[in-house]
Each structure stands twice: as structure tokens, then as C-alpha cells.
Design a protein around this ligand. Structure first.
Ligand code: PGA
Length: 267
């Protein structure tokens, strides 16, 4: 039984050949090792099949980076949950900040996507996180609250066993500047309590809460030691199989124990 989860989000990178090579590299380094860690790769749509083939028969699982909430129809350029299942995905990322910011996704859209994923038995990885302005204004918790309640509206308690939440502060994504352990502890603790209010404490404990934002092999250990961190969502560093495998290795050995005195507005 996996104790934590490490996901590689390849974003809009890679041809089919590059995806195949990267997936093979990950498979070679983590395929049969580090079993305490659930390993998931999220290639772009066009590389899902190449990645699936490269991972076939291994324990590494496949996620899509986005979906549409309708099962089919006249939605040019969109991909439905059932299509992703059919393509071999077990998971799908919803509400990534790049989708929210660059493509205008609202929390309502994110909620519809999450519901469509659950309906199709795809496990959603729900991303939430504040901008730097929101943090500086002291609105971090307010932002997380709005994003969480928008996305989880109408989600039945029975569905939460397939839910993963990723805390991804927008200011830490792709910037090379990860959130400090105390900030991560504060946000994850807050999310856990919010999930407990929504679903009950026992169920909330079962929901993995991942951290995302400039995770790399050098900072993985300090993040892995933070209480309530159940894994990481990795962007840039997942494009190199050795870096990604090094992060998986860290999470297979570090146990979260660190707690902090928290000042939420620090950046
Ligand atoms: P990053 O991206 O690791 O490149 O900061 C993380 C993410 O967007 O999930």
C-alpha cells in the first residue's frame, strides 16, 4: 500500500518519442522499487499512448492534465473523461493554476470537471493555491476555501476515496522558489481541517494532500518531512527521469514529522 504519491506533470512538453524515452527512464529507475510511493506520469494528450506503451505492465500510472465535463459533443479541441479512461489514464489533473489563469477556468468549471472525472471512474487530482498578491493580502486561506468549496460542491462523501488534493501556490510554480516548509505546513493543515469539516475527520485523513511548486531533488527532503505532506506534484523536474526518480526515492524514505509555529502571511 503506497504511503505517498509523486506525480510528474509534463505540461506541454515532448513529442511521442521524447515521452516514450522519458517514461522508459522513469520505469527503469522506479518501476519495481520505492513501493511506498505511488508514481504517476501526466503527459500531454498526444503522448498518452506512447507513454502508456512504455509503462505497460509496470506499476507507474497514467494521468491526463485536463478534461472537459461533457461526455461527448460539439466541443472542438476538448477531450472527455471517458476518452481518457479509454486511452489508459487512471487519473486526471483538474484546476491547475495554469488552466485557471491562462485559460479562464472558474471554480465552477473545475467542479464540473471533477464531477465528470468521478463519474467516469477517473481519479481527480484537484489543484488549489493562492497568488502572491493573495498571500500578501493575508487571503491565502480565503482563496483555498473558495477553490475547495467551488470544486467539491455536490461531490458525495463516497467519491472521496479517489480524490487527491494538490496545494500549489501560484507564486512557487515554475519560479524555482518553493514554498517554505512552514508555509506548506500551514496550508496543508488548513486544507486537512477544511476537508474534515466537509467530509468528517476520518474520511479527510484518507485524502492525500500533495505539495506542488518548484519541487526538485534538492528540496524534496525538507518538503517530505513536513507533517500533512502526502507527496508532490512535480513540473519542471519531472522532465528529467533522473531528477524525477531522485524525488521518488526521497519520498520513499522520509517520514513527515516536522511541525512549525506558523505565520501565514510570510512569503
Ligand atoms: P514546477 O510545476 O514544478 O515546474 O514548479 C509544478 C506544477 O505546475 O504542478
Amino acid at each position: 500500500m503506497a504511503r505517498c504519491t509523486v506525480i510528474g506533470n509534463w505540461k506541454m512538453h515532448g513529442t511521442q518519442t521524447q515521452a516514450r524515452d522519458l517514461a522508459r527512464g522513469v520505469r527503469r529507475l522506479v518501476g519495481n522499487r520505492f513501493r511506498a510511493v505511488e508514481v504517476i506520469l501526466a503527459p500531454p494528450f498526444t503522448a498518452i499512448e506512447a507513454t502508456r506503451r512504455a509503462l505497460a505492465g509496470s506499476r507507474v500510472r497514467l494521468a491526463a492534465q485536463n478534461l472537459h465535463w461533457q461526455p461527448s459533443g460539439a466541443f472542438t479541441g476538448e477531450v472527455a473523461a471517458g476518452m481518457l479512461r479509454d486511452a489508459g489514464c487512471s487519473h486526471v489533473i483538474v484546476g491547475h493554476s495554469e488552466r485557471r489563469r491562462l485559460f479562464g477556468e472558474t471554480s465552477r468549471d473545475v467542479g464540473r470537471k471533477l464531477a465528470a472525472a468521478l463519474e467516469a471512474s477517473l481519479e481527480p487530482i484537484l489543484c488549489v493555491g493562492e497568488t502572491l498578491d493573495e498571500r500578501r493580502r493575508g487571503d491565502t486561506h480565503r482563496t483555498l476555501s473558495a477553490q475547495l468549496s467551488g470544486a467539491l460542491k455536490g461531490v458525495p462523501k463516497s467519491a472521496i476515496e479517489s480524490l487527491t488534493v494538490a496545494y500549489e501556490p501560484v507564486w512557487a510554480i515554475g519560479t524555482g522558489r518553493h514554498a517554505a516548509p512552514a508555509q506548506v505546513a500551514d496550508a496543508h493543515g488548513w486544507l486537512r481541517r477544511a476537508l474534515a469539516r466537509r467530509f468528517g475527520a476520518a474520511s479527510a485523513r484518507e485524502i492525500p494532500i500533495l505539495y506542488g511548486g518548484s519541487v526538485n531533488p534538492d528540496n524534496a527532503a525538507e518538503l517530505a518531512r513536513v507533517a500533512e505532506v502526502d507527496g508532490v506534484l512535480v513540473g519542471g523536474a519531472s522532465l528529467d527521469h533522473q531528477s524525477f526518480a531522485a524525488i521518488v526515492k526521497v519520498f520513499s524514505t522520509e517520514i513527515p514529522t516536522a511541525t512549525f509555529n506558523i505565520r501565514t502571511t510570510d512569503t
